[in-house]
Design a protein around this ligand. Structure first.
Ligand code: ADP
Ligand code: MG
Length: 272
């Protein structure tokens, strides 16, 4: 049942409640660009209601993992399995139906908001539900208005993206993803392009989504945020997950020298 049918429910609530059941299983994911392998066998699982943070050096494959989940890249091998669906085994090229089914399980929020510049805030938010999901326009507008209110953007309903601050644009990007009612939210460095004073307003929304039980995979360098919100942190290095664990373990007492060096570079960038 979708919140569209349940007036009065929290508009930020996910379509399926957090249950701890397995939502996503990724096994042996591989991907090369030309002759360059960028994913060399990536395995992880995400349970409903969990927040998994991906950290690691630039070029280690974090974005590519999100893009394969959202159907923007096709892996060369491995499997992606969502709850209540057959695993997609990339040993064979996926069918169009498999690609669409996979894509529709998740919604992605990019580093740059990627809003349509010629559409208003409201039009940006209802575009996906109306066009892709065939939600009746009135219902899509009603839900969009609820979501915008919830993230404090009611007054910006009819504004164009260029009239918004970076933080407001990114909050619209988040609302646009929520409006699709996906099982899984994917965030690729959602605060990296923001001025420092705007980072907090976006992290607050992410924290609320986590508290409301959304399942999220977040690429981020905001380690204090990851420590507070993540259930699990995956440290990517050169196309593999080198180390994984609870944030209070991995971020505080990493087992691998490379993890330690990465965390030191972020926390103490001037100490070489
Ligand atoms: P991260 O997000 O961890 O910085 P990416 O997943 O973006 O890493 O990239 C991993 C590697 O793949 C990098 O070396 C990057 O240059 C390369 N890469 C990513 N996308 C493409 C592409 N479309 N074509 C060629 N190389 C790519
Ligand atoms: Mg990236």
């Amino acid at each position: 049942m979708s919140p569209i049918d349940t007036p009065g429910s929290d508009p930020l609530a996910p379509p399926v409640a957090a249950s701890g059941e397995l939502l996503l299983r990724v096994t042996g994911l591989t991907k090369s660009f030309g002759a360059t392998p960028v994913l060399k066998g990536v395995d992880f699982e995400v349970r409903r209601g969990e927040v998994v943070c991906l950290i690691g050096p630039s070029g280690s494959g974090k974005t590519t993992v999100l893009r394969t989940l959202n159907g923007l890249e096709t892996p060369d091998g491995g499997t992606i399995e969502f709850a209540d669906a057959a695993p997609v085994d990339f040993a064979r090229p996926p069918t169009k139906a498999q690609r669409i089914a996979l894509r529709d399980r998740s919604a992605m929020v990019f580093q740059q908001h990627n809003l349509f510049p010629h559409l208003t805030v409201l039009q940006n938010v209802i575009e996906g539900p109306v066009r892709a999901h065939r939600v009746p326009k009135a219902a899509a507008i009603a839900r969009a208005e609820e979501l915008l209110e919830r993230v404090g953007l009611t007054e910006k309903r009819d504004a164009f993206p260029f009239e918004l601050s970076g933080g407001q644009q990114q909050r619209v990007g988040i609302v646009r993803a929520l409006a699709l009612q996906p099982d899984l939210l994917l965030f690729d460095e959602p605060t990296s392009a923001l001025d420092p004073e705007l980072v907090g307003e976006v992290l607050v929304v992410l924290k609320e989504l986590a508290d409301d039980g959304w399942t999220m995979v977040i690429v981020t360098h905001e380690l204090a945020f990851a420590r507070e919100v993540a259930d699990e942190v995956l440290f990517f290095d050169d196309g593999v997950i080198l180390e994984r664990g609870a944030p209070q373990d991995l971020l505080v007492n990493p087992q691998h020298e490379r993890t330690r060096r990465f965390l030191d570079r972020i926390l103490r960038p001037f100490e070489g």
